[in-house]
Design a protein around this ligand. Structure first.
Ligand code: AN7
Length: 356
């Protein structure tokens, strides 16, 4: 099957409607998410040799992360069902996305976030979009349990990725990768937190293969942060720790589906250290001009590790999803770099500082 797209991008629901559950025209709540670029690696040949490496830059979605793909669908369905409010637990990006789409839908949003573990940019988004932000003295996993409890008994729609429409929307990223390449990649690397995204990509690739758009499937390569790697450990982590706050999750909701994605694709779910994550984060910004948030670099950190371990070969096509924008977490960026020089407003002194 050959797909061609014409005209202006209309958001993932309109673009991929035939591959999504039915939804009425009037219910669609979109910020024209999706259609993110798939960018060829330019300056990492010393690391990757003749591997074709590409970055799916999901930080260029309307709220700066891949969550928008799932949120357009979850909020649209909530609207169709007559919901007046949505709720989520979040390490930050889900709350930013949920509150933006709720604002557009004219709905109330409630977001539960772990106090002290949400990057500043994300918090500012939820606040600006008018969410009731509830900072809890507890971690993401505790927040999610509370949200599950509340939605059992109260008229608020849960928009965490347990909501199946989230996965439906997010699978469209795999559609885009397949269309851009004209085939499936050999490997698809991505960070794993609550494990919704790896589940969604795998679903998307399988559906495009079933429809004959692609003829092969990628191996799914998910990477957790070492201090927050329950799937790798094989049991929940009570007190997960990592600098990559987006994936500081100890008991992923889509655990079983992530294992299925790994096993069906003959892929890997493993971990990388915070040091590996920071190195990949800086490589992307410094060499490729791609500013993603720390968690987003876990996929590339995993790819570097798999290359070193001889898993990846010349000629392979490797896609890494960069899940969120670097501007989400300005503190981490500033703390990862040498301080700016303080120089007098004097041409001579500035030239000297420039090395002339
Ligand atoms: C940048 O926002 O869980 O494995 O509450 O923000 O699908 O959970 C965020 C997760 C990767 C992990 N990269 O994706 C939340 C939240 C970024 C993220 C992940 C997240 P999943």
């Amino acid at each position: 099957m050959q797909l061609t797209r014409k005209g202006l991008w209309a958001g993932i629901i309109n673009e991929f409607r035939e591959f999504l559950p039915e939804i009425g025209d009037d219910a669609i709540v979109t910020l024209l998410e999706g259609n993110t670029p798939l960018i060829e690696m330019a300056n990492m040949k010393d690391i990757f040799g003749d591997i074709r490496l590409l970055f799916k830059f999901e930080g260029l979605n309307p709220t700066g992360s891949f969550k928008d793909r799932g949120m357009t669908f979850a909020v649209s369905k909530a609207k169709e069902d007559g919901a007046k409010a949505v709720i989520c637990a979040s390490t930050g990006n889900t709350s930013a996305s949920a509150s933006a789409y709720a604002a557009k839908a004219g709905m109330k949003s409630y977001v539960l976030v772990p106090e002290g573990s949400v990057a500043l940019g994300k918090l500012s988004q939820a606040m600006m979009h008018g969410a009731l932000v509830l900072q809890i003295k507890g971690n993401f996993d505790e927040a999610l349990n509370i949200v599950k409890d509340i939605t059992k008994n109260y008229p608020v729609t849960m928009v965490n990725s347990i909501n199946p429409y989230r996965i439906e929307g997010q699978k469209t990223a795999a559609f885009e990768v397949a269309e851009h390449l004209g085939h499936a990649p050999t490997y698809h690397f991505l960070p794993v937190g609550n494990a919704g995204n790896i589940t969604a990509y795998w679903k998307g690739y399988k559906e495009y293969k079933d429809k004959g758009v692609i003829s092969s499937l990628p191996k799914m390569m998910g990477f957790q942060a070492e201090g927050a790697a329950p799937i790798v450990a094989g049991h929940p982590i009570e007190d997960p720790q990592t600098i990559a706050t987006a994936i500081k999750i100890g008991n992923p909701a889509s655990w079983a589906a992530a294992l299925a994605a790994r096993d069906e694709s003959v892929g890997v779910i493993d971990s990388v250290t915070d040091e590996d994550i920071l190195e990949a984060y800086k490589l992307l910004a410094g060499r490729e001009g791609l500013f993603c948030e720390p968690a987003s670099a876990a996929g590339l950190a995993g790819a570097i590790r798999m290359k070193k371990e001889g898993v990846l070969n010349d000629g392979d096509t490797v896609v890494c999803t960069l899940t969120g924008h670097g501007l989400k977490d300005p503190n981490m960026a500033i703390n990862s770099c040498p301080k700016p020089l303080k120089v007098a407003a004097d041409t001579k002194k500035i030239l000297k500082a420039m090395g002339f």
